[in-house]
Design a binder for this molecule. Sequence first.
Ligand SMILES: *Cc1c(COP(=O)(O)O)cnc(C)c1O
Length: 351
Amino acid sequence: MSIAAPDIPATARLQLSGDALVANWRALNRFSGAASAGAAVKADAYGLGALPVVQKLLDAGCQDFFVANWQEAREIEAIAAGKASISVLNGVREEDMAFAVKSSAKPVLNSIEQILRWSTTSLPCDVMINSGMNRLGINPGDLGHGCIANLDIDLAMSHLASADEDCKQNTDQLAKYLSALIDLQYKRSSFANSAGIMLGTDYHFDVTRPGLSLYGGKPRPELADQIQQVATPQAQILQVRHVRPGDKIGYNAKYIADRDLRIAILAMGYADGYLRGFSNKGCFLADGGKLRVIGRVSMDLTAIDLTQAPKLEEGDWVDCDYDLPEASRISGLSQYELITGLGQRLPRIWQ
Ligand SMILES: *Cc1c(COP(=O)(O)O)cnc(C)c1O
């Protein structure tokens, strides 16, 4: 006779909105004009969970997914194979070949070495052109290499380095990419990430590749009112306490009360991805009040001031104020780091 193990409900979680995710993809697809928006779902869909994200975007009509490596490709192939195209941005190594030739995903070939390796198959691929970021990609001058003519290229892509800024590098990269495409045989072109979509029609080509903005990030001001928050960390109150003027709170006494305060200790800390940059700066939300973080964020715990939500008690839940542009400004971390760094300890709860 077996007795089911009792459930142990989490003390902190990540609340995720499927409606916001899909609304963001639809908005980015609309801003992409005649191009269709794909989705960058690398790094486990920026930490939110690749499988649920891909499923929701497939249902919404997304046709192109971009992952970093073959492990990630294998994970999403389980639901996307035969329904959408999957591109592996980091290319293909010798040690990937055994899996890659059987996979429905395509490598994004980044170097002559990778092209020679893939030429032994006659399978489709994508190609990344280095238009000036000097990260991954084939230099335009090498595109005349004889081995390229034999490839079955779906997406001929390049990637913008500074699309979140208005600068000459964007137009320089566009010009280089356009001229590299002239002598290349390919099916579809693809250039813009989230920020690049907002640079206008010239940057759209056939397929766009938003990532950050699908998940609530706003890398350009034009996106401010167009993109919805997707991810909200939530934490339970483990203890409520009263402190007196002069009482010191948390490690190294980085906050000293200047009056009587009712405070709560939350089950959330830097091990959950709520990093020390929020010490004395971050904010939680409950009952219409803003509850400021006081003192230093610990590994598993954070203290907040309950002045604006006096009814809260031990066991109640609060939302973390995790609007990405604002949280980025406060913490000094990029919006990308804030979303991809959320800890695996937080169960992902989709609504
Ligand atoms: C990550 C990535 C994207 C998505 O970029 P965002 O800035 O998150 O929209 C697009 N293309 C490539 C090649 C990438 O590596």
